[in-house]
Ligand binder design. Sequence first.
Ligand code: AMP
Ligand code: MG
Length: 413
Amino acid sequence: MADCCNQPGLVSIETAKALLLDAIKAVDDSETIPLAMAVGRILAEDVKSAVNLPPCNNSAMDGYALRMADAQTDGRLEIIGKSFAGAPFKGKLWPGTCVRIMTGAAMPADADTVVMQENVDSDGHSIRIRCDINQGDHVRRRGEDVIEGTVLAQAREQIAVPHIALLAAAGVGEVTVKRRPQIALFSTGDELRQPGEPLGNGDIYDSNRVALRAALEALDLQILDLGILPDNKAAITKALGQAAHAADAIITSGGVSVGEADYTREVMEEMGEIDLWKVAMKPGKPFAFGNIRGVPFFGLPGNPVSALVTFHQLVMPALMAMKGAEWSPPANLPAKLLSPLKKKPGRTDFQRGIFRNDTSGALVVEAVGAQGSHILSGLAAANCFVVLEQEQGSVGVGETATVVPFCRSFGAW
Ligand code: AMP
Ligand code: MG
């Protein structure tokens, strides 16, 4: 395994991501579900269009449908009928005539042009065109959006709201999608309490499990919530064994460092394999990946900011791969720093920041303040990570830094 920055056992974040993606297999099984329920799901097969879109030539405006050849004469055009959306004109045009037409109404068979109602003088029986027009104006042509038989969405695409609109427009009622992987989730720590319980001296609320649950939901995964485990080797062994039986992957937080009450590593070594241990990222160095009886296992750090940053950077791409998705993270943006950022070379830093446009329109970013791995208020205020490369040192005001926006629902964009 590649060492970096002369710290034995530290793996760069790029190496860590590659190792994770290499180890993860996509779920095989699929199911057919109503399109309306499919947002966030991964298509198991290409979806082709059975129709042209638009299905027929139709008007983009309220106005008059005519033949361009007739419009070139200087006289008036007689209105011989009406075409409404859903109630097309059934007759034929003849020289010197036009049809009143509404937006979305089918074009009369031999009409090729629409003139907007604002651009004609009408007495109710005939019109005179008041402006220059071109053949094909304001006509939406059959198949100009989608031609029958073409692929609307591809296997491995994650269905988003715009896909739903496109597929629904093509009359698709059901889609075949990959099964949603089941993710077992638990927290470890004798100090953890459920929200609502009283806090004893030294206790804290279990925020990681609630936040990770919400993030897994945003990724449209199924969740097996196994609660809080005590710092007890036997309890952790039992829970991991049960989880490996029931789930496609296991996520825990806490207990992965080298303290006296950190049992996760020991249990993993006994029940499975550890592929990866320390990642050169900040926050988030103690991150474990491996498997328990063949089931992928992600051991997140206990510190709440570290847990969410490692989830976002390492676990999310792996879970998207497990869902069967062809997915890449959002593009990075260069932004000018409004506040100095302290950093020591050695680990890739994911500082929490707020990016925006300044008055000149330039992209600027400022850190949210304290950057400790327990400072949840900063993470809650942030809309991006400011990523400082592994070997980089501190950065000053006015320098350019890399901003990685994150979807605040933690769903995959
Ligand atoms: P650990 O990795 O178990 O040593 O935990 C590191 C730090 O994260 C400690 O301050 C823990 O109290 C805290 N922590 C661990 N698990 C959680 C959790 N589920 N929610 C909030 N904080 C946690
Ligand atoms: Mg702990």
